[in-house]
Design a protein around this ligand. Structure first.
Ligand SMILES: [Zn+2]
Length: 101
């Protein structure tokens, strides 16, 4: 197993996981449920981490994330549900969790 992505923001970590899984790679989200204990451990240790189960998928997972980042700012979208502006790499609205379109 290899870690491909980590972010203190759970939404962004989940988003990265979705992007990687969308290209058919099996991922594993670590530290998903530990937010409540920040303060007892170094905060960084509690960041959610996205891991690929198969090491050979690592490069492909990184590429998928790079691709998603490239499209950033080019195709930002407005949520039909709450009219919030969303980053192009998001598949669901960060505000209300509504699907794109
Ligand atoms: Zn919304």
């Amino acid at each position: 197993m290899k870690m491909v992505y980590t972010n203190e923001n759970h939404f962004l970590a989940n988003n990265a996981k979705n992007i990687i899984e969308s290209v058919g790679i099996v991922t594993f989200l670590k530290n998903e449920f530990v937010q409540g204990v920040v303060g007892e451990v170094a905060a960084f240790d509690c960041w959610p981490e996205v891991w690929v189960v198969d090491d050979s998928d690592f490069e492909r997972a990184k590429e998928a994330l790079d691709e998603a980042n490239k499209s950033r700012s080019m195709n930002d979208w407005i949520c039909n549900h709450c009219l919030e502006e969303n980053d192009a790499s998001f598949e669901i609205c960060w505000q209300c969790s509504e699907d794109i379109e």
